[in-house]
Structure formats: structure tokens, C-alpha cells
Design a binder for this molecule. Structure first.
Ligand code: NAD
Length: 544
């Protein structure tokens, strides 16, 4: 793996997207080698995909940009081709979204909820097919792929209910004959820029909530997961069509950073919901703020599990392994740091190493039933895995388990890795490496453990394993974890849609999905209505 040249890498990663495919081989040969033509991937055609797919939807499917291939990370073979969007295509799509929103804003919210309910049902009917596409294109195992689609279904249910209940307040007015109330209005167009690792659910969270609150959407997915975006948009298109709603309401432009940039800088995009790295999020956030647009940032994490001296280790071990190696370490909520009380350190480390060893035979094709750990998304991820481990060793780290690229396999496979012996604030630990690398650290007091949890720049997810009530309330209180997700006796990953999802500091401060996250998609109108015949001015001022 790692670094071996592959024809199919032509389209992998943002900067490679513009590579032209036309000179490499005759079209018929190129098409014949696509995975979509193999019977075992028949589900792709059931989702309406073909050998060559237009990656722009503005009510019709039409794209004029460079052609790329979507690659299967399990073997680096091309799945199908995509005609990407250009900035001109983007112009068409934003106009269509804006026009559709004009009509959509007048549809009563419960009726909008009914459309979202139908989108949920449509997704249910394709749950397995779409989940398997997520798995094939992103590289996560099939249950995780299906689980991702299920999250979209669940948020549709949530949003359907919300469409009848999201309400403003009536506030007692200090003036007689006056009514003071809040009304929530749509923002307009919500631009969604998404990351490769959740190619379906992140859009789903935005889509369901933005729709019931009366917005249109324009989606720019990650350049390496366009097929999932096309398949999802096709399902939405069917529902909108069946209800006589302009289908440009949910527009799509597959493409590179130039399309992301056009969207970020466009005043017609009232909210930019960005999910991705802190590095790009920092740029996007400042640009949107520069034009006083609204921005919702869901950026990198550097999540820790703290194991207190009284923790139940029968819970700690499976929780840690699940959260550290699940999705091959490519979740924003992956556990990257394990902070263990010194009295339990040796035992926890030994037990986790044993658990890792048991899973070694279950690394493989994400669509195989026995697989529990899939590949990294791309060869660049493998290179980062290798360089990070090399840097950790230079800093005095010891590889307790793993540390190897599985070169004998076709895809981007690596061994999940455990590293000990580093200082808690060494630079390699302070940054997010999107690979299954777990750093194990020791602590003496709970305050010290909380300080280690909080010392990283990111603030997404955190967990404490303990049975003591004083630990629990310290952890969730003002001197506890500074993350957006603060768990007790469950791991850092696996959030439910009912809660608000997101994190603090360099994670960007955004909240999506449940609780009152819908408030991100609306503007608040504070309305004072005078139904008397008097004009009492505020502060008792008289203009006589
Ligand atoms: P990335 O930042 O490389 O790309 C994200 C998206 O931004 C892609 O669609 C990309 O094309 C686009 N983009 C790139 N440059 C741009 C620019 N200049 N202007 C506008 N858009 C631009 O991230 P990635 O590698 O796809 O995803 C992995 C990262 O996402 C990790 O850091 C992970 O933690 C984070 N993530 C966070 C959450 C969360 O909810 N907090 C969820 C999933 C992933």
C-alpha cells in the first residue's frame, strides 16, 4: 500500500480532481474496468447510478467540469465516473435553489415536515443499498455505512415532529395593549460543504432541519465521495417531484475546493454549514464572517477517554477498542488519547493490546460480513499514518501494538496502533491524525486528567469511566471537560441524533442534529405588535 502508484488515484483527493482521464486508455476499456459493471455491486444501478454520472443537479442533471473516478478504498479500483461541476455550474445551481426557496418559504411548516417524512421513507426503502454505497466509497464497514443512512432516517423523523412544534416565545410586554413575540423565519439558502468520512449523515442532519424550517440547500460534497451525494440527491428528487415541488430545492454541485470557495464567498448563501478539517474550516469561517453570513463549523476532534482508578475495566476495554479502531480511526469522534490512572495503567494497556490482536484477522473488505476494520480512505491517509508513527517514535514513543502498513493487501490497510511513552503535550498528540493511532497516557489525580483532556486545541468529544458521583459531576461541570460532548461510562463516538452534536474551540463551536440545533437554520424576528390606540414609547419618553 502507501505510495504505490495507482492509475485509479487520478481522481483521489481534492488537488488531483482536475487530472484528465481522457489520455490514459480507450473509453470502452476504461468503462469495462469500472466496479459498477461487476454483478456483486448491482446495488449501484438500483440507486440510479451508471458508469458515468453527472455530478450537478439544479432540477436537471447536467455538469460541464472535469471527469473524475470514485475509488474503492478496499482495492483502489474505480467504481464509476463523475462529471464534476464548475463555478459556472454552481451559478446555475444557486439560482435554482434560490428560486425554489421562494416558493418553499410559503409552504406551511407541517407540510414541509410531511415532505421530509417522505424523504425518510424513501431512504428507508434504500437503506441497505445506500449503506453499502457509503461503505464501498468511503471504506467504513457495512454496518457503519447502513448506520449512517439510519441516522439520516432518524433525523427525518425528528424533523417531521419538529415541523409541528418549533415555536417562539410570547414575552410579557411592559406596555398596555402590546404583544411581544418571537417568530422564526427561514434563512434562505443553506450551503452544505461536507467531509469524506460521513458522506451521507452530515448532509442528512442539515437537509432535514433546513427543509422543515423553510430553506433550500446547495450541497458540495467531498471530492472523493460524489456517488453517495448523487444517489442521495436522486432519492430526494423523486420525493420532491412526486409532490410537485421545484427539485432545485435540494441542489448539488460535486467538485473541488473552487466550488467550495464560490459557495463560501457567495452572499446568496445565507448559512454555510461546513464539516471538515480545522485547517480549511478556519479559512471558510473567516470568509463567511467577512461577508456577515452565518456559519456552522464542525471541525476536527482530538478526543480522550479518562479511566479513573475505580472504573469498570470490563466496560473500558470494549468501549476504547470500539471508539479507537471503529471506522479505522476516521471518525471526528474517534478516541485518540487514553488517559489512565497509574494504578490501572498496566492492566488496561495489556487488555487493550489483547483485544487489538483478536481483531487483526478481521481487517479487510468493508462489505464482507466478518470484517470489523476496513481500510483508510486513501493512500495519503496511509502516508500520514506512517509519518505520524515515525514522528512519535522520534519523540520517544513506543509502539505497543501495530505500527504497520498491510502491504500484502490491495487497499489502504494499516494495523490499528497503540503508542505509549510520550509526553501528554508532545506535538504529535496535540494534533488530529485521521488514522487508528491511540496514545496511552498516565495520570495521578482526576484534576490532572481533566487538565490533559482540555489541553488540546480541539474540543469535540470526551469520556470519563468512573463509578464515583463526585467525579461525574466535576466532569460535567464548569471545571470539567471543555468539549461539546461530555460522556460518562460510554466511549467518545456513537452520538445519538437527539442531542446537539458539535464541539468547542478549534472544533468550531457549531451544533447540528438534535436538541435546539434547528435554531441555526432560522432567523429570529422579535415582533412588538401594538393593538391599542395609544403610542406609549419605550423608556417613558414623550414626544409632545
Ligand atoms: P477537508 O477539510 O479536507 O474537506 C472538507 C470539505 O471542504 C471538502 O468538501 C472539500 O472539498 C472542501 N474544501 C476544501 N478546501 C476548501 C476551501 N478552500 N473552501 C471551501 N471548501 C473547501 O476535510 P476531510 O479530509 O474531507 O474530512 C476530515 C476532517 O473532517 C477531519 O478533520 C474530521 O475531524 C472532520 N470532521 C468533523 C466532523 C464534526 O462533526 N466535527 C464530522 C466529520 C468530519
Amino acid at each position: 500500500s502507501g505510495g504505490r502508484p495507482r492509475v485509479s488515484m487520478l481522481s483521489r483527493g481534492a488537488s488531483l480532481l482536475t487530472s484528465t482521464l481522457s489520455s490514459s486508455s480507450p473509453i470502452s476499456l476504461r468503462m469495462a474496468s469500472l466496479l459498477i459493471n461487476e454483478p456483486k455491486y448491482g446495488f449501484l444501478r438500483e440507486l440510479g447510478l451508471s458508469e458515468k454520472n453527472h455530478g450537478v443537479f439544479d432540477g436537471t442533471w447536467k455538469a460541464s467540469g472535469p471527469i473524475s473516478q470514485s475509488i474503492n478504498p478496499a482495492n483502489n479500483k474505480p467504481i464509476a465516473e463523475i462529471v464534476n461541476g464548475t463555478v459556472d455550474d454552481y451559478e446555475r445551481a444557486i439560482s435554482a435553489a434560490k428560486a425554489a426557496q421562494d416558493m418553499w418559504a410559503d409552504v406551511p411548516a407541517p407540510r414541509r415536515g410531511e415532505i421530509v417524512r417522505q424523504i425518510g421513507d424513501k431512504l428507508r426503502s434504500q437503506l441497505k443499498n445506500l449503506g453499502h454505497l457509503v461503505s464501498l466509497e468511503m471504506g467504513k464497514i457495512a454496518p457503519e455505512g447502513v448506520g449512517e443512512v439510519q441516522e439520516y432516517v432518524d433525523i427525518c423523523d425528528f424533523a417531521t415532529g419538529l415541523s409541528r412544534t418549533y415555536n417562539g416565545q410570547i414575552i410579557p410586554s411592559e406596555r398596555p395593549g402590546h404583544m411581544l413575540l418571537e417568530n422564526w423565519n427561514p434563512l434562505g439558502v443553506v450551503g452544505v460543504i461536507s467531509a469524506f468520512n460521513f458522506p451521507c449523515a452530515v448532509y442528512g442532519w442539515n437537509n432535514a432541519l433546513a427543509l422543515i424550517t423553510g430553506n433550500a440547500l446547495l450541497w458540495k460534497p467531498a471530492p472523493s465521495t460524489p456517488l453517495t451525494a448523487i444517489a442521495v440527491t436522486r432519492l430526494i428528487e423523486d420525493v420532491l417531484k412526486a409532490n410537485d415541488i421545484p427539485t432545485g430545492l435540494c441542489s448539488l454541485v460535486c467538485g473541488d475546493a473552487d466550488v467550495g470557495q464560490a459557495l463560501t464567498k457567495d452572499k446568496r448563501v445565507n448559512l454555510v454549514s461546513f464539516t471538515g478539517s480545522t485547517e480549511i474550516g478556519r479559512i471558510v469561517g473567516q470568509q463567511v464572517q467577512g461577508r456577515f453570513g452565518k456559519v456552522l463549523l464542525e471541525l476536527g476532534g482530538n478526543n480522550a477517554i479518562i479511566v479513573a482508578d475505580d472504573a469498570d475495566l470490563d466496560m473500558v476495554v470494549p468501549a476504547t477498542v470500539f471508539a479507537a479502531v471503529g471506522t479505522a480511526g476516521q471518525r471526528c469522534t474517534t478516541t485518540r488519547r487514553l488517559i489512565v490512572h497509574e494504578s490501572k495503567y498496566e492492566e488496561v494497556l495489556e487488555r487493550i493490546k489483547r483485544a487489538y490482536a483478536q481483531f487483526e484477522s478481521r481487517i479487510g473488505d468493508p462489505l464482507e460480513a466478518n470484517t470489523i476494520i476496513g481500510p483508510l480512505h486513501n493512500p495519503q491517509g496511509v502516508l500520514k499514518y506512517k509519518s505520524t508513527i515515525a514522528e512519535a517514535m522520534l519523540d520517544g514513543g513506543k509502539v505497543e501494538y501495530g505500527g504497520k502498513v498491510l502491504d500484502d493487501k490491495e487497499g489502504n490497510y494499516v494495523l490499528p496502533t497503540i503508542i505509549s511513552g510520550l509526553k501528554h503535550n508532545s506535538s504529535v498528540i496535540l494534533r488530529e491524525t485521521f488514522a487508528p493511532i491511540l496514545y496511552v497516557l498516565k495520570f495521578k489525580t482526576i484534576d490532572e486528567a481533566i487538565a490533559i483532556n482540555n489541553e488540546v486545541g480541539q474540543g469535540l468529544s470526551s469520556s470519563l469511566f468512573t463509578q464515583r458521583i463526585d467525579n461525574v459531576f466535576k466532569w460535567i461541570g464548569p471545571k470539567g471537560s471543555d468539549c461539546g460532548i461530555v460522556n460518562v461510562n460510554i466511549p467518545t463516538s456513537g452520538a445519538e441524533i437527539g442531542g446537539a452534536f458539535g464541539g468547542e474551540k478549534e472544533t468550531g463551536g457549531g451544533r447540528e442534529s438534535g436538541s435546539d440545533s434547528w435554531k441555526q437554520y432560522v432567523r429570529r424576528s422579535t415582533c412588538t405588535i401594538n393593538y391599542s390606540k395609544q403610542l406609549p414609547l419605550a423608556q417613558g419618553i414623550k414626544f409632545e
